[in-house]
Design a binder for this molecule. Structure first.
Ligand SMILES: C[S@@+](CC[C@H](N)C(=O)[O-])C[C@H]1O[C@@H](n2cnc3c(N)ncnc32)[C@H](O)[C@@H]1O
Length: 267
């Protein structure tokens, strides 16, 4: 994108985490500052591009699992810029009556979402900040029947939210609040970055510190804690490529995962 295309209130000179991720995925919805920061990350972690694609492939397999298990309401929280294999495309390919609610706090993400997706049936875009879970739940109640199972997708978002934050609720509190609000049979789907290369990580953290959201990397045990109260479905919290792989060829021969992913069901 040309930075002149930046909507009011959006500073195209500050690298934006949604648009950096779009760049990793070869998208076109990014500005020069996003591309420069993303290139710095790719120098430090060349596997980021494959990891982003593996994350999207995990999303597809997880959504397929949810819909085949009977879930008909999916909230994609921190949904990011529209890309290939969006949640509603996967869900509606199996069950067109699945209600998909995309939520992001980023105005550019929501504007693109509305332009590209909002014509579709059973698709809603909500602009909301996950760090205010009460307000988020009020907004969601317009679209979600909380007496029925709902799946919360939180892919590559929680590592942008610290345990405690002066900007609102911390990551564990948010997940806990969504758990409490949801009916038995609801799901939590997570993917989360880890400290994959401790020698290189500090430089990467610096880059994200200058972007719109800093990184809070967590360990396997710390990510597992998000599933408190849920039953992790097989195979548990694993590298995205190892979560119920299908017959698609592996993404990137050299690919090293820089995060974990998992699916939990509320009993
Ligand atoms: C790396 S992208 C992930 C996109 C998509 N979930 C995926 O995994 O392919 C992270 C997204 O989370 C959004 N995000 C970060 N913090 C958020 C918050 N507090 N509330 C809502 N969205 C947030 C960003 O705007 C961005 O679109």
């Amino acid at each position: 994108m040309d930075s002149q295309a930046a909507p009011d209130g959006v500073d195209p000179n500050v690298p934006n985490v949604a648009r950096m991720y779009d760049y990793y995925l070869d998208g076109k919805d990014n500005f020069a500052a996003d591309r420069a920061a993303a290139e710095q990350i790719l120098k430090l972690f060349p596997e980021t591009r494959d990891s982003a694609r593996e994350n999207r492939a995990f999303l597809s397999r997880a959504v397929r699992h949810l819909v085949e298990s009977g879930v008909r309401q999916i909230v994609d929280l921190g949904s990011g810029l529209p890309t290939q294999g969006n949640t509603h495309e996967v869900a509606h390919g199996i069950a067109p009556d699945t209600r998909v609610i995309y939520v992001d706090y980023d105005p550019v993400v929501c504007a693109h979402g509305r332009a590209l997706l909002a014509d579709g049936e059973n698709i809603t875009i909500v602009q909301a900040d996950a760090r205010d879970p009460e307000k988020l739940l009020v907004a969601l109640r317009e679209h979600v029947d909380f007496d029925r199972p709902v799946a919360f997708l939180m892919l590559a978002i929680l590592h942008f939210i610290p345990d405690e934050s002066s900007d609102g609720a911390g990551a564990y509190e948010i997940v806990q609040r969504l758990y409490e609000a949801s009916a038995p049979g609801s799901y939590l789907v997570l993917s989360h970055a880890i400290d994959a290369k401790p020698d290189t990580t500090p430089e990467a953290l610096e880059i994200y510190n200058r972007a719109t959201a800093a990184l809070s990397l967590r360990t396997h045990a710390e990510i597992t804690r998000f599933f408190d109260g849920y039953e992790l479905v097989e195979p548990g919290l694993v590298f995205p490529k190892d979560w119920r792989p299908d017959d698609q060829p592996l993404i990137g021969a050299e690919s090293t995962s820089i995060g974990y992913s998992g699916v939990g069901r509320k009993p």
